[in-house]
Design a protein around this ligand. Structure first.
Ligand SMILES: *Cc1c(COP(=O)(O)O)cnc(C)c1O
Length: 330
């Protein structure tokens, strides 16, 4: 990359902008994972963020940077859930209209919760790409401003504030494990962490079904990936064939991408609950899961981003019960 699209300065500025609206989340030592791996493992409790996921950071930064004219027309996004929640909340807090388009694969609990936050929700098609097409049509015809979930410099800078906090709280961090879908989260974190601590490794983790960024890195350019239902539903969706930022940043700064099965992700959710006493969603469990199954072996102080907690609670209960009472089956 000749010139970085998002810089450490952008991320430092984003932190000042969003500070009044977001929580600075805790980084907490996990006794169980430290014992299992033989190295100190810390959990970034970002699932405790307002709206239940890190996406509030990027959405709040993007909304705060709109012009007066853009504010009058409102904002719009296609979202698999957590970006929609975040944008609804961020827009409502600033008195701005938000329209959220999402595919019919999104769980009903997420749809309801976004409506409750004040957004106008529209269900379109069976893929993230269908929802995105509707967004583009409304932008063209009604003058709304699209705030995409990951491929936007202000969104990436907002997510990058997590990287600042991790390095501040764990100066000798050697490896950061980050859930990876469209790559806004990992692009922001990698930009911040590599600027402050170039020796640190950044590892992205996706589910093995329809991992668009992984397939794109292998192809050397953005490619389409099939969508599948997954425990890690927040990791679904493509990276966009016209990806402008996250593909290049991930290509330049991310050291490795690891893929996990559904069973491995389930084990991560169950471990978080039984050992850490935390309720997290599938997308947020991939870091813990990758350590448990041995696909990632720490070599020093490791930070895991627990990215969200917005799992349907009946699904969570089934997973946890099945682990305790195997005779219940699936
Ligand atoms: C959006 C999301 C991710 C993935 O973030 P990207 O920026 O798309 O890579 C991970 N975990 C949760 C909980 C999310 O909502």
């Amino acid at each position: 990359m000749a010139e970085p699209f998002v810089t450490l300065d952008d991320i430092v500025a984003a932190r000042v902008t969003i500070a009044p609206h977001i929580q600075r989340t805790a980084l907490i030592l996990s006794d169980s994972l430290s014992e299992i791996t033989g190295h100190p493992v810390y959990l970034k409790h970002e699932h405790r963020q307002t709206t239940g996921a890190f996406k509030l950071r990027g959405a709040t930064n993007a909304v705060a940077r709109l012009s007066q004219e853009q504010r009058q027309h409102g904002v719009i996004a296609a979202s698999t859930g957590n970006h929609g929640r975040a944008l609804s909340y961020a827009a409502a807090k600033q008195g701005i209209l938000a329209i959220i388009c999402m595919s019919s694969l999104v769980p009903q609990n997420k749809v309801d919760e976004i409506s409750k936050l004040g957004a106008d929700v529209r269900i379109v098609g069976r893929s993230q790409d269908d929802a995105q097409a509707e967004v583009e049509w409304l932008v063209a015809t009604q003058g709304l401003t699209m705030i995409p979930p990951f491929d936007h410099p202000d969104v990436i800078a907002g997510q990058g504030t997590l990287g600042l906090e991790i390095v501040e709280d764990l100066a000798d961090v050697e490896t950061v494990l980050v859930p990876l879908s469209g790559g806004g989260l990992i692009a922001g974190i990698a930009t911040a962490v590599k600027a402050l601590k170039p020796s640190a490794k950044i590892i992205g983790i996706s589910m093995d079904r329809g991992a668009a960024m992984h397939a794109s890195l292998a192809a050397g350019e953005p490619v389409l990936a099939e969508e599948h239902a997954s425990l890690a539903d927040s990791l679904g969706g493509g990276i966009g064939l016209d990806n402008r930022l996250t593909f290049a940043i991930v290509q330049a700064l991310v050291d490795e991408v690891v893929l996990l099965t559904e069973d491995e992700i389930a084990a991560g959710i169950i471990h978080a609950y039984r050992q850490e006493r935390e309720v997290i969603e599938g997308a947020a469990a991939v870091g813990i899961a990758a350590l448990l199954c041995g696909k990632i072996r720490p070599t020093g102080p490791t930070a895991i981003v627990l990215s969200g907690r917005n799992i349907a609670m009946d699904q969570h209960c089934r997973l946890v019960d099945r682990a305790v009472f195997p005779e219940l089956g699936s």
